[in-house]
Design a protein around this ligand. Structure first.
Ligand SMILES: Cc1cc2nc3c(=O)[nH]c(=O)nc-3n(C[C@H](O)[C@H](O)[C@H](O)COP(=O)(O)OP(=O)(O)OC[C@H]3O[C@@H](n4cnc5c(N)ncnc54)[C@H](O)[C@@H]3O)c2cc1C
Length: 384
């Protein structure tokens, strides 16, 4: 088996590196997890101008028609540098593919060009105070009224709702059927009256998620994506895409490099326990990479990964937590310094990473839920 990339893929990688050398000579002083926290619409527009948003989408819609492996190379290079890609990340990864698959010709025409140019930012309105892992239990209602739907309810943990142009909203359209069967998806213009957004603070100091309220919000019927009441089945495959990218492995990659620099500079590298812990992280990083590459390979074969995505996300996000934990242990008291402190080594990256780390195994499906998927759909075990 040949694991090497092709000459074209290597050339593409160099092209991305050249772009990043010019646009991002230093990693931005952002919390790790730049794909979800690093919002910079101007940077996204530059990525869009390169044709790198919608890389895998069909050329008839303005995409590049390139492979999922090419997209993996692109995202890997962005994450290595901590690039502030959050403004376009969700739309590029999820909303665009959903619109391509389920959207009307009007939705495609209206939204895909703005996503690809990096001008549009989407947020995802799935989770609610009483519906996270049990998403099908959501209570936000969309009731038909003439040519419109009327939305009422509340979402929470909605990353970028405070800056997004559109919300990809999941709401209940039929309360009289089993809960999985009465759900639909909508694209809601965030400027519609009746959508107050309230910030939810994060203890790293970053603000990316919010509470979003829908109070008698009227949207046209054309806001519905796909089939009414069939939203649950649409969401299921979107989550498989959402879970499987290399961002689930490399959110805090900069920490790995920074930690090596630190232990070399301080001479800690000569201690056997330090060397072994770094070596262990290196082994786990490479195992995670194989799991993620396998998912990308399945996608290139036209197979939607399911238990494979769950396995990749469970392993990789737990690795990200071990990386943050190891970094804070190796750096001792230094790791307590927060950003802004003059003595803070690595701009407080360790402290932030440590505080942020619990999120990795929660966002996009908790590790417990992923293990349920692996057990039932991967191994064919009966439900507990
Ligand atoms: C950084 C971050 C960003 C996010 N961004 C968004 C966003 O943009 N949009 C959005 O809609 N949501 C977002 N979320 C929300 C996220 O999807 C939910 O937090 C997640 O699905 C878990 O739901 P919950 O928080 O309600 O926890 P719960 O579902 O209440 O889970 C609590 C605990 O119970 C366990 N548990 C629950 N059910 C089971 C079960 N059946 N078997 C075994 N254990 C179980 C869980 O593993 C967990 O440990 C974000 C979350 C984070 C951390």
């Amino acid at each position: 088996m040949d694991f090497r990339f092709t000459a074209e893929q290597e050339a593409f990688r160099r092209d991305i590196q050249t772009f990043l050398d010019a646009e991002l000579p230093e990693p931005p002083d952002l919390p790790d997890d730049g794909w979800i926290v690093g919002y910079d619409r101007e940077f996204s527009k530059k990525v869009g101008a390169k044709g790198w948003i919608g890389l895998t989408w069909p050329q008839e819609y303005g995409g590049q028609g390139r492979s999922y492996l090419d997209r993996l190379i692109l995202t890997e290079e962005f994450l290595k540098r901590g690039a502030p890609v959050a403004s376009h990340w969700l739309a590029d990864r999820q909303m665009g593919p959903s619109i391509l698959h389920y959207g009307t010709p009007e939705q495609k025409e209206k939204l895909l060009p703005g996503i690809m140019s990096g001008e549009l930012c989407f947020c995802i309105g799935m989770s609610e105070p009483g519906a996270g892992s049990d998403l099908a239990g959501l209570q936000t209602k969309a009731e038909e009224d003439g040519d419109e739907f009327v939305l009422n309810g509340q979402k929470i943990w909605t990353s970028f709702a405070h800056v997004a142009d559109y919300c990809y909203l999941v709401a209940r359209t039929n309360p009289d059927v089993p809960k999985h069967k009465g759900i639909s998806e909508f694209i809601v213009d965030m400027n519609t009256p009746g959508i107050p957004v309230r910030a939810v603070g994060h203890f790293t100091g970053a603000h990316h998620f919010n509470e979003v309220f829908f109070d008698q919000v009227r949207v046209p019927k054309s806001a519905l994506v796909g089939e009414q009441d069939r939203g649950w089945y649409q969401i299921a495959s979107q989550l498989d895409y959402e879970r499987s990218g290399i961002e689930r492995l490399m959110s805090n990659y900069l920490l790995l490099d920074a930690m090596q620099d630190y232990v070399r500079e301080t001479g800690e590298i000569r201690r056997e326990t330090v060397r072994h812990r770094l070596a262990q992280l290196y082994i786990e990083f490479n195992m995670g990479k194989f799991l993620v590459y396998r998912v990308a390979w399945l996608l290139t074969q036209g197979i939607i990964p399911n238990a494979e995505s769950a396995a990749a996300k469970a392993f990789c996000t737990e690795y990200e937590q071990r990386l943050a934990q190891t970094a804070s242990e190796l750096m001792g008291m230094h790791s307590l310094l927060m950003p802004g402190s003059p003595q803070a080594r690595l701009h407080g990256r360790i402290a932030r990473a440590y505080l942020y780390a619990p999120a990795y195994t929660i966002q996009g499906g908790t590790s417990a839920i992923l293990r349920n998927i692996i057990a039932m759909r991967g191994l064919g075990l009966p439900p507990g």
